[in-house]
Ligand binder design. Sequence first.
Ligand code: ZN
Length: 497
Amino acid sequence: MKAPMHEHVEPKDGGFLAFIRRTSWTGRQYNAIRMDQHCLHQEQQKRLRRLLDIARARSPCYRDKFRHLDADCTDLAEFPVTTKTEMMAHFDEVVTDPTVTRAAVERFIADIRNVKEPFLGKYCVAHTSGSQGQPALIVQDQLVLDLLFAFQMTRGNPRFRGLQRFTQAVRNLLHPTRLAVLISQQGFFPSAWIWERLPKFMHRFMRFLFLPANDPDLVAKLNEFSPTVLTATPTTLDLLSLKIDQFHFPSLRQVVTWSETLTEPARRRIAEAFRVPVMDNYAMGECMFLTNGCPTASGSHVNADWVILEVVDEQYQPVPPGQLGHKVLLTNLANTVQPFIRYEIGDRLVMATEPCGCGNHLPRIEKLLGRAADFFWVRTPTGFRPLTAYPFQHAFDYLRDVREWQAEQVERNRVVVRLEPIPGATPDLTTAQNRLDERLAPTGLLPELDICIETVTRLTTDVHTAKFRRMISRVGVPDDLDPSLKNVVRDFALFQA
Ligand SMILES: [Zn+2]
């Protein structure tokens, strides 16, 4: 067994030389954008071999799963798929570091004060993705975060192109990027806590402003900060663009969307309102650096030198570019402590068939289905406001007894929430109610809502469509909705169609 290969510089910050090395390493992460298919494949294979070697040597679960394969086999198609249920059921046997246990991770994340601390002094942990059923615990190497930020600075930055990229780094030192992040919650959710774990040396290149999306002084605070990059969910940006006249962002270079599906109409509206490229990042807790948005086309480019994303049908057979897959299999080549190898994710996507006009050679996801931010229109004293699925999702992600949830708007301001427990578990409804209240409080909608939470043995699919829906509205869109909000509705309807 070879020692793990450290392709990146040492994780400790400090010293001028270390700073130069890290900056240089970060800049080099741009290069894969220009790689031809052969080189890209070689990079993938080299890193895949390393991951498989480590998994076989140190993960009892994977060793057992791979025992029928030759020790030097790196043909991924031969390898078995791993599901989230399997990953969580055998967590302690999956991880390659025996000091990492599910019980220890659960104790660690139960205390929100740990959010800025590395787990066991070196790992990043997250608790995520109840949207795909049972939530998952994720433990990651620092390399994952280093790559995430390196990709944001290089591949996710439309100005970091060609020869300009050499001057761009210097310019960033003199005029650090001002990144405004609008967040809807704090906690161990990847979308929130990644910003807390920025490698320290990066602070020389970036300034941050974190704001709750419902901050009453949002306009004044954003104008004063004058962001060069604005990051938020599409829903938030759509709502901000309705009052674009109040914003003054003379230095804004790009908008980055995350966490929800960005539909094409929403992209156009946001681009027209902010007059900058809209970069749509599609990622997940299991691979936070999965993609970077494209400045000229829809969708996002897969960082395929560090991750392998297989689009497959229901029988796990490959689906060619241009066709809609049934799910994807993720192999994260950077995370060796909790290897994700052909890990099943329920997202349905279409890969682009043509090379991308932006010049990025990495494969592009053209279309993504299955992550729409369904919402309810709720009546407030100042008019109707949308309530998205996210407060529910984020509340129930915390409840490990809950397998799945469903919210039904039975009257305009009355919602019934049904929780399906993990078999044998009995969720505490008071805790569930408290968690939901915490998540709803920042939306300002809590006082308006009458919410009833109950448990059911089994949630079922819609009788008409045979699809499972988490957000069901019996009252629909109000007839007297403000016309300025109509395009949000149109977009919503378009997606549902
Ligand atoms: Zn592109």
